[in-house]
Design a binder for this molecule. Structure first.
Ligand code: G4P
Length: 529
């Protein structure tokens, strides 16, 4: 089991849309021999085309089942690449997927630098101290100055960086990269199909051969490398593993350039499957007894069958087919006859899975995001919180004959994590909270097609949802009764303050010092600890 754990790497690629995540994913799979042709990996981007949005969502859902986990073998390593949705409205899905990985590769478009979505995703990585490798893509185009890019990464993302490769010019004049670590020159040739292996070792950059090969750019490269070695400390793997520093690579994914160095470094330095904190204790991957948690639920595409796939990350021990496992929240034992693993484009029924692996479990409604399976112990893994939604609307039933369907539908869709549901009392009014416009369309469409319920949404003037707790029950009760119109109840009956604005939220914080306002639902798990 030890060697199976050590040869695994579970990670995600994150980027602002269009920076090149899909392209890099595809190239990694090509290098890994998991796919043979370019174009095999479909983008899970939601394109604004002539088709209406929800049709696009259905198309995207189809792709996203297939690309949820892309496993492949490379140099003796089993690599699990977890897909994250490209669209910002699905940011919460991405946050949850990040709970199931041990490291990330962040792709930046060299011309655009750090973009809005990059900043948000990195916040989540920092929260969890996830080690990050940066890949600056599209160097075959006119890009920002590489030193400026490094500064931008440090300033906007609040991380320390250390270049491990360095570009020689850019755009039409892009000659390649110098691999600082291996002291090798990799020469660029624009080639979308072939894997370039034009490398020349240069232990001494003063070598006049460098001028012969890259001409006028040689002087600049020497000056740049001298500056880098002067300014940056040598790369420290331990610091990277503690998320204290992010190594940076430059390349051009579409041209297969810089990808091999990235992958080779990745397998050398990226962490193997790590343990996870549970409420009661820390769980190590090499423990004999199996444990794992569900980080994503995917409704089946066939509307006649309501079964779903729950994606479970194995934390410890070996998961086995047909063995009974304990579903901690339901306190019920379940076994799975068709657990599925994902290897690039293929789904296979597997007999066992190891820490770091992701298993797809067919589910008829037993799972919610964050659920834990064990061999009996009452573990509850932490760190899979709900974040405050940013948009709030009331779900209004348009067909009173279909009330039951609507209620069931919205309960199930919110179990899947499509959105969050809060109840307002009296009257059990349903407030749906999301991070993006698109989710409302998804919900309306799916309620109609899968549950035959029809609904509409009316906007609610809320800005943020904060879970509230207090050491003094009387104070909490007082707050709840005073702020009645702005108190919702989540699906587990926890009170939530639906703040109309940041200003009023701050005011409430000042006026009610005994109340704690939580930005995420994490506190529930902490209370268990
Ligand atoms: P994403 O998943 O992060 O959203 O990005 P994706 O890989 O889909 O890439 C976005 C666009 O950038 C694509 O072009 C892709 O071909 C291009 N691209 C990716 N890597 C490089 C690179 O190294 N150099 C250059 N010049 N372009 C790159 P598109 O026109 O939007 O799509 P397509 O028609 O080419 O598929």
């Amino acid at each position: 089991m030890k060697s199976e754990i050590e040869r695994r790497k579970t990670f995600a690629i994150i980027s602002h849309p269009d920076a090149g995540k899909t392209t890099l994913t595809e190239k990694l799979l090509l290098f890994g021999g998991a796919i043979q042709t370019a174009g095999a990996v479909k983008s899970n981007k939601i394109k604004k085309t002539a088709t209406s949005d929800f049709m696009e969502i259905e198309r995207q859902r189809g792709i996203s089942v297939a690309t949820s986990v892309m496993g492949f073998e490379y140099n003796g390593y089993k690599i699990n690449l977890l897909d994250t949705p490209g669209h910002k409205d699905f940011a919460e899905d991405t946050y949850r997927t990040l709970t199931a990985v041990d490291s990330v590769i962040l792709v930046i478009d060299g011309a655009n630098g750090v973009e809005s979505q990059t900043e948000r995703l990195m916040e989540v990585c920092r929260m969890r101290d996830t080690p990050v490798i940066v890949f600056i893509n599209k160097m075959d185009r006119e890009s920002k100055d590489p030193f400026d890019l490094l500064d931008e990464l440090e300033n906007k993302l609040n991380i320390h960086v250390r270049p491990l490769s360095w570009p020689i010019n850019m755009g039409d004049r892009f000659k390649g990269v110098y691999n600082i670590y291996e002291k090798q020159l990799n020469l660029f040739s624009a080639n979308k199909t072939r894997i370039s292996d034009d490398t020349i070792s240069f232990t001494n950059l003063a070598d006049p051969q460098l001028d012969e090969i890259i001409g006028d750019d040689a002087q600049q490269l020497r000056a740049d490398i001298e500056l880098i070695e002067g300014v940056y400390d040598p790369f420290d793997i331990e610091l990277y593993l503690r998320a204290g520093i992010a190594p940076v690579f430059f390349g051009s994914a579409i041209n297969n350039f810089g990808v091999k160095e990235l992958l080779d470094t990745f397998i050398r330095i990226a962490p193997p499957p790590l343990g996870r904190q549970a409420a009661a204790r820390f769980v190590q991957p090499n423990e004999n007894r199996f444990s794992g948690f569900v980080f994503k639920i995917h409704a089946n595409l066939d509307p006649r069958h309501r079964d779903r796939i729950a994606f479970l990350r194995v934390v410890s021990g070996v998961f086995e087919r047909n063995k009974f496992y304990h579903h901690v929240r339901l306190s019920k034992d379940l076994r799975f006859s068709n657990p599925t693993s994902f290897m690039a484009q293929d789904k296979n029924v597997i007999d066992e899975a190891y820490p770091g692996d992701v298993v797809g479990l067919y589910d008829a409604g037993n799972f919610k995001i964050g659920d834990t399976l064990t061999e009996g112990e009452s573990l509850q893994f932490l760190g899979i919180p709900s974040f405050s939604p940013e948009l709030f609307r009331e779900l209004v039933n348009k067909d009173p004959m279909k009330t039951k369907q609507l209620e069931k539908g919205i309960e199930q869709l919110t179990d899947e994590g499509v959105a969050q549901l809060f109840y307002l009392q009296p009257g059990n009014r349903k407030i749906v909270g999301t991070v993006g416009e698109l989710q409302f369309e998804v919900i309306q469409y799916r309620l109609e097609h899968e549950y035959k319920a029809s609904c509409m949404f009316s906007p609610m003037p809320y800005h943020k949802a904060c879970w509230i707790t207090s050491a003094h029950k009387a104070k909490l009760d007082e707050f709840i009764s005073r702020k009645h119109a702005n108190i919702g109840w989540d699906k587990e009956d926890n009170p939530v303050f639906l703040a109309p604005s940041e200003w009023l939220l701050n005011l409430a914080r000042q006026d009610y010092p005994d109340i704690v306002f939580h930005a995420t639902s994490e506190f529930k798990q902490q209370q268990l600890a």
